[in-house]
Design a protein around this ligand. Structure first.
Ligand code: NAD
Length: 500
């Protein structure tokens, strides 16, 4: 087993803390590597490197910064396959799914290459006699990204392309469960011409995160992960005077109206609930059919498709759904199905009975697709984010009851309605209190030039990721008011100055 290192100042750098942890192959259940876990002192040293790189990088013309990112983008296109394989080896997702993840991340690089346009300022001539005003956005300094296991390439790419394009230097603390993708990204950024120290990776766990939160040279923190940790990051980071955007967990509902195309809705639910083994913050985990007749017809369509799901390792091109990420997570997901059964829900298809018989994968963290009917609001399987291939069905008699259900949940990341009725679709889009909305689109992940973020307990802080929200998060505004000698006043002014 080799130890997965940090990446500091353009070079892979072994850890010195003496602490490390195993990194598993979820498809086999075997530990394949270890990852270094940084001490607070190591984190402080990385931040110092990033701080030293900031003055020159922030003064580099935005066009030149963008060209480096453009070269990185070309490398990503060429080596997408290699990155996807590194993701699958530690996360477990299928190869095609990993390729999709890389593509969605790459789109943020494409957006960031437009930095010279995004950073254009504003100018007002003659705001007073002989006085002009202009506003510009400037970088913050060292910013940090703390990312979850479920998108080891895409979620970092929600952050650093925009941060770097805006002139910040970056310290990434990836998930310790799948840390390798971050090292490929770091090496390719260096190859693209990024100066040393501008992008760094520090591997680690809570100790590293706490060191970033308390280091005064870290000016902003972008976090994506579970809600309790997002809340902690936001509270601690803002108390330290930092900007924080912290995206948390989700429980995404999809309403199926009686006029919906049920074949389309069922097939959308299959991908949205079981793709990536349900380990997506935009996965649909609650189907809300309106009327019992719709529920019965929908379940009839879903059951054979769930039973036919090809669950297997990423090494098998036929696999449609891979394993869960760890043995602990598998136990947790199974526990939620046990709990649903004990609380009186009906297990329609039971993923707990799935056995993986592919040679070498018998001990992988596999579970089959699970459909649970007659779920009610008070059940734990409804209230909690399960983050596995488990679809709950909550039946509702009418549209308003379905909307009330969504509004009663603490999470508000994404949601969807399937309908042919334009009025229903329009009022859903306008009135629903959720950050990302799909109309006949099950996973409405905004494109890179829009911004990604939920509402309520799915986000802490007020800036979504990427798009212009990302540019605003990673810059601060400066407004300069200018007067030249012909407009100057000779007399001292002791009253509140006014222009005009
Ligand atoms: P997690 O919260 O366990 O970990 C996220 C990051 O926080 C990791 O880098 C981890 O090392 C660090 N961390 C973990 N425990 C910590 C602690 N006690 N103190 C400080 N740092 C800590 O999340 P995860 O299991 O890796 O990812 C899954 C979660 O992420 C799900 O809840 C999912 O909904 C959420 N997620 C949300 C979005 C979104 O955009 N809202 C996107 C992807 C994932």
């Amino acid at each position: 087993m080799t130890e997965i290192a940090h990446f500091i100042s353009g070079t892979p750098t072994p850890g010195t803390s003496g602490r490390s942890q195993d990194v598993f192959n979820p498809a086999t259940g075997a530990a394949q590597n270890t990852v270094a876990l940084a001490s607070a002192a190591e984190v402080d040293a990385v931040v110092a490197v990033a701080k030293a790189a900031w003055p020159a990088w922030s003064k580099t013309p935005a066009l030149r910064r963008a060209r480096i990112l453009d070269r990185f983008k070309a490398i990503l296109w060429d080596r997408m396959d290699e990155l996807a394989r590194a993701i699958s080896a530690e996360h477990g997702k299928t190869h095609d799914d990993a390729l999709g993840e890389v593509t969605r991340g790459l789109e943020v690089v494409e957006f960031a290459v437009g930095a010279p346009t995004h950073l254009k300022g504003e100018f007002s001539e003659n705001v007073g006699s002989g006085v002009d005003t202009h506003s510009i956005r400037q970088s913050l300094g060292v910013v940090a990204g703390i990312t979850p296991f479920n998108f080891p390439a895409m979620v970092p790419m929600w952050m650093f392309p925009v941060a770097l394009a805006c002139g910040n230097t970056f310290v990434l603390k990836p998930s310790e469960r799948d840390p390798s993708a971050s090292l490929l990204i770091a090496a390719w950024l260096t190859e693209a011409g990024l100066p040393d120290g501008v992008f760094n990776v520090v591997q680690g766990d809570k100790e590293a995160v706490d060191a970033l939160l308390h280091n005064p040279d870290v000016k902003a923190i972008s976090f994506v992960g579970s809600t309790p940790i997002a809340q902690y990051i936001h509270a601690t980071g803002t108390a330290q005077g930092k900007r924080v955007q912290a995206l948390g967990g989700a429980k995404n509902h999809m309403i199926i109206m009686p006029d919906a195309d049920l074949d389309m809705a069922a097939s959308a639910l299959m991908g949205a609930a079981f793709g990536s083994a349900g380990e997506r913050c935009m996965a649909i985990s609650v189907a809300v059919p309106v009327t019992d007749a719709v529920a019965d017809a929908l379940i009839e369509k879903l059951v054979p498709q769930i039973e036919a799901l090809k669950v297997g390792p990423a090494s098998d091109a036929a696999s449609e759904m891979g394993p869960l990420v760890t043995a602990q997570h598998l136990a947790k997901v199974r526990g939620y199905i046990d709990g649903a059964e004990a609380q009186g829900a009906r297990i329609v298809t039971d993923g707990r009975t799935f056995r993986q018989d592919k040679q070498g994968c018998e001990n992988g963290y596999f579970i089959g697709g699970t459909l649970i009917d007659d779920v009610t609001e008070d059940m734990t399987c409804y209230r909690d984010e399960i983050f596995g291939p488990v679809l709950s069905v909550v039946r509702k008699p009418d549209y308003q009851a379905a909307v009330d259900l969504i509004h009663g949940h603490e999470y508000a990341n994404g949601t969807a309605v399937f309908t042919r009725d334009g009025d229903v679709a329009r009022s859903f889009s306008q009135d629903i209190e959720v950050g990302m909305v799909g109309i006949n689109v099950p996973i409405p992940v905004p494109m890179a030039f829009h911004s990604f973020g939920g509402w309520k307990s799915s986000i802490f802080g007020d800036h979504a990721m990427h798009g212009m929200e990302g540019v605003r998060f990673y810059t601060r505004i400066k407004t300069t008011t200018t007067r030249w000698p012909t407009g100057m006043r000779a007399d001292p002014q002791f009253t509140m100055p006014t222009l005009g």
